[in-house]
Write a protein that binds this ligand. Structure first.
Ligand code: HEC
Ligand code: HEC
Length: 159
């Protein structure tokens, strides 16, 4: 009797662990995953809001639904800033354990289809190709960075 209970408990744990692993890699209905890497060159449309197309039902839904997407520019805000990093923190100015790190590709764009829980918001930071880090002073609840940057606020730029 006791062994049986232990077995049920153990197997339900195993099943929930499997479900957890599965859902963190791919969301229901999404068939493709895509994550930017340094020196990658598959992206395009710098400065545009990637999620107008890379979302469920969007024009580029077949290439995966982006959870985070955007572009980094040089201080001139015209040239692309390649091969840096985007970091998402729970606290301001890089405090707390980093929730996600996304490499900026060779064209200055970054994107991921990986599930990220924005909860009540995360604090983004950018590291440019020269290694300088800049922090956003407030949280964002969406990863559609170019929905604001280059529209309602400055383009995202770094050194
Ligand atoms: C106007 C719609 C539109 C916008 C805006 C857009 N894309 Fe796309 N994207 C597409 C379409 C359609 C495809 C698939 C066909 C193709 O390759 O052209 C695609 C393909 C891609 C691919 C290739 C996917 C693969 O499977 O390798 C990447 C990477 C990508 N886009 C990144 C981005 C990033 C990053 C942004 C924002 C800076 C962005 N896109 C903005 C429409 C868009
Ligand atoms: C809802 C609009 C909005 C979204 C979405 C947004 N930002 Fe911001 N961001 C701002 C505003 C406004 C500022 C300027 C004030 C501040 O720093 O809080 C800013 C500032 C920043 C800064 C500091 C810039 C500097 O020059 O010091 C960084 C870095 C940044 N954002 C990164 C990101 C990243 C990466 C994303 C996507 C994960 C993102 N932001 C999404 C509105 C937004």
């Amino acid at each position: 009797m006791y062994m049986k209970k232990v077995f049920y408990f153990a197997s339900s744990l195993a099943i929930s662990a499997l479900l957890l692993i599965n859902s963190s890699c791919r969301r229901e209905g999404q068939t493709t995953t895509a994550v930017s890497i340094n020196n990658g060159s598959a992206s395009h449309n710098n400065g545009q809001n990637c999620m107008t197309c890379h979302r469920s039902g969007g024009q580029a839904s077949g290439d995966g639904w982006f959870v985070v997407g955007g572009s980094v520019f040089m201080p001139d805000k015209i040239s692309y800033n390649p091969n840096g990093k985007i970091l998402l923190y729970p606290g301001p100015n890089g405090t707390g354990n980093v929730v996600a790190t996304i490499e900026v590709d060779g064209k200055g764009n970054f994107y991921t289809t990986d599930a990220i829980d924005f909860g009540n918001g995360l604090y983004p930071a950018v590291i440019g190709s020269n290694g300088t880090i800049k922090y956003m002073g407030q949280v964002t609840r969406t990863g559609a960075c170019n929905g604001c940057h280059g529209v309602s606020t400055d383009k995202l730029w770094a050194n």
